[in-house]
Structure formats: C-alpha cells, structure tokens
Design a protein around this ligand. Structure first.
Ligand code: GAR
Length: 211
C-alpha cells in the first residue's frame, strides 16, 4: 500500500475522510504519519483515535528559520517511510526547497475550482464573483501557491440564499469524497504527471456516485 503522510493545521475533516477511506481493506493507501504544525489541532485527536502515528512540528519553535522547520518535517516524513504527502488544511506556505524534495509526491486539496480563487476566503470570493458553480480541487503542489497539475475536481452549485457558511459546507462535503478518490488514482498509478498536466489512465467514476 502507498504510505501517506498527512499534513494538517486544525480541524482535520479531510484527514478523517482519508482515515475512513484507508479503513477499507481494498483501499490502496495507508496513513503512515499525521504531522501538524499546531499541537492543539483537532486532527491529532482523530489520528490518535484511529491509532495512527502523529508528530507536531510547531513553526513557532523555528522563528525566522523556515528551512529548519521544513527540514524537521521532511526528516519526520522520511523516517515514517512516507511516499505521498497530502496537505489537508495545512495552512503554511511551503518553500521551493520542500516542494522540490517531494516533487510529484506532494498533493493539496483547495476549496475552489482552480485556477479560480487561489488563496484564502474562497467561498466569500466565489459569492462576490457571482459564479453559479464552485467546488474543490486536488492538485500536485508546485512552489507557487495553489498552482500545479490538477488531479481531480468536484463542482457544486451555488444556490440562491447561500452564504459563505452554507457554501463552505456544501464544498466540504465534496472535498471528503474527492480527496480519497484522488489518492486512489495516484496509488493505483492512474494519475501520472505529464509536463504541466496530469494524465488519467483508465475509467474515472462519476463523483456523484462516489461514497
Ligand atoms: C478545507 O476546506 C481545505 O480545502 C482548506 O481548509 C479546510 C480544512 O478543513 N484548505 C485550504 O484552504 C488550503 N489553503 P479540514 O481541516 O477540516 O480538512
């Protein structure tokens, strides 16, 4: 099975979706380590409950020294035998060095249909832009924020009366389906980087039917 390292900063609901997916015997990946940059992240409790190894590397312990912060995270992921790093609500921007260390082995979930709405407050900005569809994206990470070859996306409608919270909830529900789906594609060798794009090999299920 492909060994995952999941990086979190907080709630960890996407982490939970990966934990639940990995619990199925036929899922082709397993979580080797959950790494948080915050000691009080709720995702750490989820991991402990699932019997998964955790580590905290607090960026505040490395003031002005991002290279040391990232070298510690890198070492801890390597020691755990991690093969694919999954960012799941990890709220630190990673340096070109770290991204280079894990090139094509580092993915992120972002709450918008990229390349629209990179960065923060995506739901507010989608509402302000008046888009009729919004959603989420799983992509390979490149040094520029929220850039990189797209692996999978799920769209959700923006409905009359939506506010940022109702829209965020609808997107989050789709994130929880999309992330395990994307990890499965990679673990099965069916999502391969080819230049600036990901080529998908074999059939892809309709996300509406994913459970
Ligand atoms: C998710 O919506 C994720 O897409 C987003 O943060 C939330 C984390 O929730 N990520 C980003 O905004 C990355 N810039 P979670 O901790 O419950 O998975």
């Amino acid at each position: 099975k492909l060994k995952l390292g999941v990086l979190i900063s907080g709630r960890g609901s996407n982490l939970q979706a990966l934990i639940d997916a990995c619990a199925a015997p036929d899922f082709p990946a397993e979580i080797a380590l959950v790494l948080s940059n915050k000691a009080d992240a709720f995702g750490l409790e989820r991991s402990a409950k699932a019997g998964i190894a955790t580590a905290t590397v607090d960026h505040r312990d490395y003031p002005g020294d991002k290279p040391a912060f990232e070298a510690t995270m890198d070492a801890s992921l390597r020691k755990a035998g991690v093969q694919l790093v999954c960012l799941a609500g990890f709220m630190r921007l990673l340096s070109p060095w770290f991204v280079g260390q894990w090139r094509d082995a580092l993915i992120n979930i972002h709450p918008s249909l990229l390349p629209s709405f990179k960065g923060l407050d995506t739901h507010e900005r989608a509402l302000a832009a008046g888009v009729r569809f919004h959603g989420c994206t799983v992509h390979y990470v490149r040094p520029e924020m929220d850039e990189g070859p797209i692996i999978a996306q799920a769209a959700v409608p923006v409905l009359p009366g939506d506010d940022a919270h109702s829209l965020a909830d609808r997107v989050l529900e789709s994130e929880h389906k999309l992330y395990p789906h994307a990890v499965r594609l990679i673990a099965e060798g069916r999502a391969r980087v080819d230049g600036d794009l990901v080529r998908i090999h074999g059939p892809v299920p309709d996300l509406a039917t994913l459970t």
